[in-house]
Design a protein around this ligand. Structure first.
Ligand SMILES: *[C@@H]1O[C@H](CO)[C@@H](O)[C@H](O)[C@H]1NC(C)=O
Ligand SMILES: *[C@@H]1O[C@H](CO)[C@@H](O)[C@H](O)[C@H]1NC(C)=O
Ligand SMILES: *[C@@H]1O[C@H](CO)[C@@H](O)[C@H](O)[C@H]1NC(C)=O
Length: 438
């Protein structure tokens, strides 16, 4: 039996009633390598930075290597629904999919589900360039004049990411369907999800190996056009996820939950910080960094958001590595160097400053890195979240410095593995729990 519930979203009249349903979308980690336990060879998988380019100074991974990349989630768009695999990204707002204008015989020219076939959906609609929604997306330059009376004047968007990747196309709306919480017996529908129908896509994050078969990006940021903001009021303005540890085999199933449903077991909280100049990112406040419970002498000001809106630390599921302000990074590397006396491997990857040859080490014990966050909560990830295998018997510290002045620090997806994170936008706080994933 299929019970259909229509969640008609009216953006001008936000409903404050909280629906008891929530959405549970399986999160997949597609590893470009065959086996997760296998050591990663140098030039195959490029680490990815997907967060939105909003400031001039954002860190970009310059060809760092590892097997971890992105987390994927399936979105069903259109009538009848077409399943599309998207990257789950808390560092950007726009939901977009690769689109095709193909009408007939589409299977002959492209693999099934490799793009959204707009002409095969009866509910596909374009936003007119004069629609207020069109003001919510960045436009390609030079911006065309909008003729209010011309019927076919679609809203064009151009959206760029921190590593220079770009998608552009038409800002459209579609019906989207979700299986609800338990067992998928109920089908929830949202009548008009605003999304980017991407006809041009370029750049390493959206076409390189880390994109690995995805057809687009599910923006889960804080801004008005993100999936969570568009669905938010129906689901209590919160979402949570648990990024599974990609080294566990077989990998445990994990979910992106939109709405309530996260277990509160031993949850710690830190307030989400506001940056008036950036509506997209989830900023958190770092107070101190510890290595083996020893507080490093890092000036607290290196973590601040300045008056121009630069700096600060975000939590981002679309960036793989963690980026720390340069002074903090140098203190962390020095602290590890003092504590770990292991040989440096030959031919270590050039993108990491600290690598060890762990060949013949029977019980490897590496120092514990922890972050004291605002609200007095301690984020203490397991060693595997910041030391990665780059080759057989070679372990490297998977951190990068933010070297550009006023650059943004990022807690990447590798660092988040094995924790339940709850983004409570209504209460403006981030909860996390080491035991909440089970
Ligand atoms: C706008 O479109 C209408 C209808 O297509 C046309 O008659 C009019 O000349 C256009 N105006 C401009 C300024 O291009
Ligand atoms: C709902 O779940 C069923 C069974 O797992 C699956 O086949 C279907 O594609 C799902 N539909 C949506 C809209 O997620
Ligand atoms: C690691 O050390 C072992 C034993 O000393 C050596 O045989 C091996 O070549 C080293 N590996 C690298 C990558 O340096």
């Amino acid at each position: 039996m299929l019970l259909i519930i229509l969640l008609t979203f009216i953006s001008t009249c936000q409903s404050t009633t909280v629906n008891h349903h929530y959405l549970r979308l399986p999160l997949l980690h597609v590893n470009p390598q065959q086996s997760p336990s296998e050591a990663v060879s140098a030039d195959t998988a490029r680490l990815s930075t997907l967060h939105r380019r909003q400031h001039p100074n954002l860190p970009v991974t310059s060809g760092a290597y590892a097997g971890a990349g992105q987390y994927f989630v399936t979105l069903h768009l259109g009538t009848p629904p077409q399943p599309l695999l998207l990257i789950a990204d808390t560092g950007s707002d726009l939901v977009w999919v690769a689109c095709s204008a193909c009408r007939n015989d589409c299977a002959a020219t492209r693999p099934r589900h490799s793009a959204f076939l707009a002409r095969h959906s009866s509910s596909y609609r374009l936003h007119h360039c004069y629609d207020p929604e069109c003001g919510l997306v960045p436009h390609p330059r030079p911006k065309r004049a909008c003729n209010k009376t011309r019927v076919h004047s679609p809203c064009r968007y151009e959206y760029s990411y921190a590593d220079g990747s770009v998608t552009n196309g038409f800002f459209a709306k579609e019906k989207t369907s979700f299986n609800s919480s338990n067992g998928g017996l109920e089908l929830l529908q949202h009548d008009s999800l605003a999304f980017g129908c991407g006809f041009e896509v370029s750049g390493p994050s959206v076409s390189g190996p880390s994109f690995n078969g995805a057809q687009g990006v599910m923006g889960l940021g804080r801004g008005p056009i993100s999936l969570v903001t568009q669905l938010g009021s129906h689901f209590g303005n919160k979402f949570s996820y648990c990024l599974k540890d990609y080294t566990i085999s077989p990998p445990p199933t994990s979910y992106l939950l939109i709405g309530a449903g996260a277990k509160k077991s031993r949850m710690r909280y830190t307030p989400l910080q506001a940056n008036p100049l950036s509506s997209t990112f989830y900023y958190i406040g770092v107070q101190n960094v510890y290595v083996d419970n020893v507080k490093l002498r890092i000036s607290p000001t290196v973590w601040n958001i300045d008056k121009k809106g630069n700096g600060g630390t975000i939590i981002d599921s679309g960036t793989t590595l963690t980026f720390l302000p340069d002074p903090a990074y140098r203190h962390v590397v020095a602290a590890f160097r003092r504590r770990v006396k292991l040989p440096t491997p030959e031919g270590a990857p050039p993108n990491f400053d600290l690598c060890y040859n762990v060949s013949g080490v029977s019980r490897l014990s590496l120092p514990r890195l922890s972050f004291k966050l605002v609200g007095n909560s301690l984020f203490s990830p397991p060693v595997g979240n910041y030391f990665i295998d780059t080759a057989e018997d070679v372990k490297c510290l998977a951190l990068q410095p933010v070297t550009s002045p006023g650059g943004l620090s990022v807690i990447g997806n590798l660092m988040q593995q094995g924790f339940l994170f709850e983004f409570d936008i209504g209460k403006s706080q981030l909860g996390f729990s080491r035991t909440g994933c089970s």
